[in-house]
Design a protein around this ligand. Structure first.
Ligand code: PLP
Length: 393
């Protein structure tokens, strides 16, 4: 049987591929330190689990819910935005999805006609380009400045009459960099001037270090920008709940209604049990969030100087968010006589037994992504291994 062209055009997720290879080595008895992971290494906080168990026992999560999610959860998202970003949205503007990933996918389905272009400032999250393609759209990579961010100048050079949207992720996966409010505003105003939809992926917005917390949301930058913006967020990263699969989109009412209609034929509702868990997360004690954030901060402070000290690794700016470092490794590749980042990543895995992800997957070759969602001792051991790898022939 011949598969559909759109399915054949999709690349498998590089992050998942590296993780799988690391697991294979582990299964074969090799002590691999996995720095390729994209999820917090903490368990979901106990209070969230307890509230979820209570909801199960009370028969509250047995049936379908409204496609856009239970009203208390949509209200909790609106309240959360009010409390943390001072933004007022109606609960009807909130659509709960099976992970932020589905919010992004379904938005592409709702917004894009065949041939519509979407700007993806590089480095960008691996799934954006594939989701755009699956909707018949055309992903347009926008190369960043040396700071690994884009400005309206780069965007202006990439925009065409076919451009319909921009997907901007801040704090950024894979670089951990955070756009400043002024940088966001400049991009927002530029997008409004071209009447583009801004998809603001702020899934790491609570994981901020050394700076103002939470990160400034695109929704806070005035009515013009907000009316062109769909915020995408979720509980996966902030509350260590990747497995529960709850994300959400917040945006203009007409768009959210269309999104709900599409989702009604895809998932129906996000799992009711997970919605109960997300409600408990957003409305419960926020202390565990701060504990996890503080642990990430300690790890970042510990490994940042170690990574910058690795021969041939260049990291000009200390990341301020998420849980990744994205060094330029051109110098390291040259030292090792390797020409592709994929070969470099394979050598690191096979010789240093450290799993990392190639930057190619994020639209920026000659970089690798290191995740510090791993305990401190393992991170230090990984850095020692990388040091040895870089200093032996
Ligand atoms: N956006 C970014 C930038 C991410 O890194 C991820 C997960 O890795 C997601 C969205 C999706 O998150 P989830 O589907 O778990 O809510």
């Amino acid at each position: 049987m011949q598969l559909a062209k759109r399915a054949l055009a999709v690349q498998p997720s590089a992050t998942l591929k590296t993780g799988q290879r690391a697991q294979e080595l582990r299964d074969a008895g090799v002590d691999v330190i996995n720095l390729s992971v994209g999820q917090p290494d903490f368990p979901t906080p106990t209070a969230i689990k307890d509230a979820t168990v209570a909801a199960i026992r009370a028969n509250q999560v047995d049936g379908y819910t409204a496609t856009a999610g239970i009203l208390p959860l949509r209200q909790a998202v609106a309240d959360h935005l009010k409390a943390t970003q001072h933004v007022t949205v109606a609960p009807e503007q909130v659509v709960v999805t099976t992970g932020a990933k589905l919010a992004l996918y379904a938005l592409c389905q709702v917004v894009l006609d065949p041939g519509d272009a979407v700007l993806l400032p590089a480095p960008y999250w691996v799934s954006y380009s594939e989701q755009v393609k699956l909707a018949g759209g055309v992903p347009i990579e926008v190369a960043p400045t040396a700071s690994l961010k884009v400005t309206p100048t780069q965007l202006e050079a990439a925009v065409t009459p076919a451009t319909k949207a921009i997907i901007l992720n801040s704090p950024q996966n894979p670089s951990g960099l955070v756009y400043t409010p002024a940088e966001l505003r400049a991009i927002g105003e530029w997008a409004v001037s071209h009447d583009l939809l801004i998809v603001a992926d702020e899934i790491y917005g609570d994981l901020i270090y050394d700076g103002q917390r939470p990160a400034t949301s695109m929704l806070t930058l005035g009515d013009d920008i907000a009316s062109h913006t769909v915020l995408v967020n979720g509980v996966s990263k902030t509350y260590a709940m990747t497995g529960w699969r709850i994300g959400y989109a917040v945006g203009p009412q007409a768009l959210m209604t269309a999104l709900t209609t599409v989702l009604s034929h895809v998932t129906g509702n996000a799992a009711a049990v997970s919605q109960a868990a997300a409600l408990a997360a957003l409305t419960g004690d926020q202390a565990p969030v701060e504990q996890m954030r503080a642990a990430f901060q300690t790890r970042l402070d510990t490994i940042y100087p170690l990574v910058t000290a690795l021969p041939g690794f260049r990291l000009d700016h200390k990341p301020q968010g998420a849980f990744y470092l994205f060094p330029d490794v051109s110098g390291a590749m040259a030292r090792k006589g390797l020409t592709t980042t994929a070969d470099f990543v394979a050598a690191v895995l096979d010789q240093a037994h450290v799993a990392v992800v190639t930057g190619e997957a994020f639209g920026l070759p000659h970089h690798i992504r290191l995740s510090y969602a791993t305990d401190l001792a393992s991170l230090q051991e990984a850095m020692a291994r990388l040091q040895t790898f870089m200093t032996t022939d």
